[in-house]
Design a protein around this ligand. Structure first.
Ligand code: IDP
Ligand code: MG
Length: 149
């Protein structure tokens, strides 16, 4: 089973959307295997968004993402990396389809509510920088036979 990293950003936490976003993944059938609420240190933010280091929006992005608590989570399930990106919608909420998380709750690109890993390799990298191995749980759910055939 695949795992991906999803994070409700400071805007989503401030707006009371943590429960709503968790609920969407739960209802879809994905399994929550890691969860924590914390304020990102600057160094972690710079590592997480390292690919954007040379972009004009980098400093604003780091300032924003460290400005308040985030809800970091790891979801597990079949093809969950691509599915989570689809559930989030396009990076720019104005281009995100209605019904997606960003298309439902966001307007500006710098306030797009939540993050999701963009590939299996990114998921492994991001899970590794946000979670210790011991913080990721392995457990069985009786309901799984009603989700997977
Ligand atoms: P993603 O979050 O959909 O993977 P990325 O291109 O990796 O999108 O960008 C990371 C984050 O940086 C975005 O979620 C968004 O919050 C912010 N961002 C991306 N492009 C811009 C921009 O042009 N202006 C301001 N913020 C941006
Ligand atoms: Mg990205």
């Amino acid at each position: 089973m695949e795992r991906t990293f999803v994070m409700v950003k400071p805007d989503g936490v401030q707006r009371g959307l943590v429960g709503e976003i968790i609920a969407r993944f739960e209802r879809r059938g994905y399994k929550l295997v890691g969860l924590k609420l914390f304020t990102m240190p600057t160094a972690l933010a710079e590592t997480h968004y390292g690919e954007h280091r040379n972009k004009a929006f980098f400093k604003g992005l780091v300032d924003f993402i460290t400005s308040g608590p985030v809800a970091a989570m790891v979801w597990e399930g079949k093809n969950v990396v691509a599915a989570a990106r689809e559930m989030l919608g396009a990076t720019d909420p104005q281009k995100a389809l209605p019904g997606t998380i960003r298309g439902t709750y966001g307007i500006d690109i710098g306030r797009n509510v939540a993050h999701g890993s963009d590939s299996e390799a990114s998921a492994v990298r991001e899970i590794g920088i946000f979670f210790e191995e011991a913080e990721l749980l392995s457990y069985n759910r009786a309901i799984d036979t009603w989700i997977y055939e």
